[in-house]
Every structure is written in structure tokens, then in C-alpha cells.
Write a protein that binds this ligand. Sequence first.
Ligand SMILES: *Cc1c(COP(=O)(O)O)cnc(C)c1O
Length: 406
Amino acid sequence: MDKESFPNVSEICANAMRTPNTLARPSSIPIYPATVYACDSADQADELLEYGDRGYVYQRDGHPNADILAEKCRLLHQAERAIVTSSGMAATALVLLTQCQTGDHLIVSKHAYGKSISLLQNEAARLGILATCVDTTDLEEVANAIEERTRFVFVETVSNPRLRVSDLVGLGKITKSRGTLLVVDNTFATPVHCQPLRHGADYVIESMTKFMNGHGDVTMGLVAGKSEGWQRIAAAVSTWGFRAPPHECWMAMRGLKTLWVRMKQASATAGEVAKSLAANPLVKAVDFPGLPDHPDHELLSQIFNSEPAKLEATPACGPMITFHLDTNRQGVNRFIEKAGEIPFFPSLGDVTTSFSHPVTTSHRKTPAEERQNLGISEGTIRLSIGLESAEWILGVIQKGLVALDL
Ligand SMILES: *Cc1c(COP(=O)(O)O)cnc(C)c1O
């Protein structure tokens, strides 16, 4: 800092200082919390604001932590473009707001995350965008629901809580031939297990809050896709205010460093736990696509990356398991209490194994009849496997199971 021009403490205090240009390559990138970046001249401001990708001006428009993280995610998904957002829901909202306008139509999987359905069906309806909710595991039902103004079909790679797998190849063929887009929420699979853009998806969404960050301490989302039409997505993040903040991006960057090893380990453990629960007489049924009796087992080899699968006896399909108990609310409360060493988190994707109870959490707003159609009952428990051993997890679950009939 030039001493002459800042003689007073107040001015020294207030000075932003210059970031030194350095050749240093730190092992962890710096956090850039700056809300704004100084411009050297009117010409430079003009250039930076005109092109958007030559430097930074305002945090909501872009900052280094978001760009570096998005680049890592772009590579993970083998996408042409990627952008990170302030939540998984912001990512879905971004696709809705950039792809649709009043009078357009959407197709939404009835197996999708409850909040995604309510965004794409109820909120979108207020903007004059109507959605049809269909069973996207039935390709004919999807094809029949496509209208002239259908802008996209929205599915999840693996759905919650029944873990139905979407036939991305089949859906991609239909959407392409009918001139519409396929948007895939890949939160349960992550790019370790599936890269939907390679199988016919036009846009992929992740809630990075879950496995991508993996440590239960960041809320963020991701959209990745093709260069075509990307300009609107990049601009909308700024206009609608969906930008993820620098600290969150830095945290997610750190979480992402261990994504591969976390997913590989947790998926292998999930295979063991699922097999054991399926053989347990106290468990009524188990949903796990890696088990041969799951209705979508055959799809795994088509759309799931073979590399992690090869390493396991059971094909790797991610760390999520759903199981069904023949019990009521009281029984479930008892189960959760007695198996309390595994926390009941209404979320997923942490290094800590957790339970969720769809009827009182993710599907609390779903009408009882629809829940029954989806095969979700009071006794339905969802398990997000973390990094503890299969043996320990099964031991804790057994404590809950034997308490069911007390
Ligand atoms: C959690 C979740 C979302 C929403 O993500 P947030 O980061 O909580 O906004 C969307 N889809 C799926 C499948 C999820 O599990």
C-alpha cells in the first residue's frame, strides 16, 4: 500500500488492499469472499461486464470458488458446461426458469423428490407452466404424455424411497425423437455411479448437499449440460440470485476430493447390508437395485458405471437402501429409539449412516392413497449408508428389529 496516499488509520483500515500476483500453487485454493472486484479502468469494466468470462466484477455474477468447483463437476460429468447453485432446489428451479415459459408443459416423474414435484407442478403452474406427473418407469406412459409444448421430462436416476432406476437410454431416445429434453436428478447416484449425459440426458442436476459434498455441512446444487443454450443458464444464475457463496463452494470442493472413495466404500457396504436385511425374517421386504429381485436390476449394467461395480460382488448402485417393516407408527418409533446409534436424519449422503422415515418426512405431504400406490407405508425405512462397517450397521439395525414386537 502506498503510505503517502493513505496517511490516516481510518483510511488504512478501510483500504481493500491488492491481492498479490504470485506463482504460488497452494494445495488448497484460497477462499475469495469478495462481493466485488475493482476495475482498473472504464474500458476494463466495459470488457469484463460485456464478456462475463474474462474476470470477476460482482460475486452474484461469478467468483473463483464457484468456477473452480463447477469445473471439477463438469469434468466428473463429462459435460460441456457446468454451474453450481445455492441448493439442489435452486438447480432444478434454474432449469425450469430457463427452459420454459408460460404455456409450456412438463412431464415429471411421480417417483421424484417431493419438493421437486411441488416446484415443477405447483409453483410452475402459477407461472402458467403445466406439468403431468407420470410413472416414468413405464416408457409408453411417458411417450403418451408428451405434448406439442412439452419442454422437458424430469426423472431421477435412482428415486426416493423405492430406489426405482430410470431407463435413461430409453427415455433419451423418446425425448430426442419427440423434440423435447431429458432432465435427470442424479443425486442418489452421483457421477461415480452414473453420468446421465452419456446416456441421453440433456441436463443433469445434483443436490450437492448429499453425497457430492458428503459431510453434512454444505447446502448446494449443480446443473451440467451442453454448450448449446448455456448462455441463458449462466445469466439466470445471476439474475435470479442462485449463485452459491464462496465458503460453501470451498467446503464442497474439499468434500468432493473424497467422493470416489466414499461412494465406493459406502456402496460396497450397502450391498452387504441389503443382502443381509433381505435374508432377515424380521424385515418384510428390501428395495435395493443391486439385488436380483429388484424390478430395475437389469438396468444397472446399462447405465451405471462398470468400474465401481466390478470391484464388488453385488453390482454397485449407490449407498441407499429402503426396507419395509410389518409395523405401525408405535413400532417405528420403537425401532428408531432402539437403533438410536444410527441417527434419524431426514436427509442422506453423509459419511455417517442415517435413517429416514418417508411417511413423516419426505412424503408427509403425499396423499395417503398416492403413498400406498408408491408402496410407502408406516413401516418403510430409508437407510443412507456411510463409512461404518456393514457388521456394525447390521448390529444396530438388529437391536431395533428385535424391539418391534415388545
Ligand atoms: C435433497 C434433494 C434435492 C434438493 O436438494 P437441496 O440441496 O436440499 O435443495 C433434490 N433432489 C433430491 C433427489 C434430493 O435428495
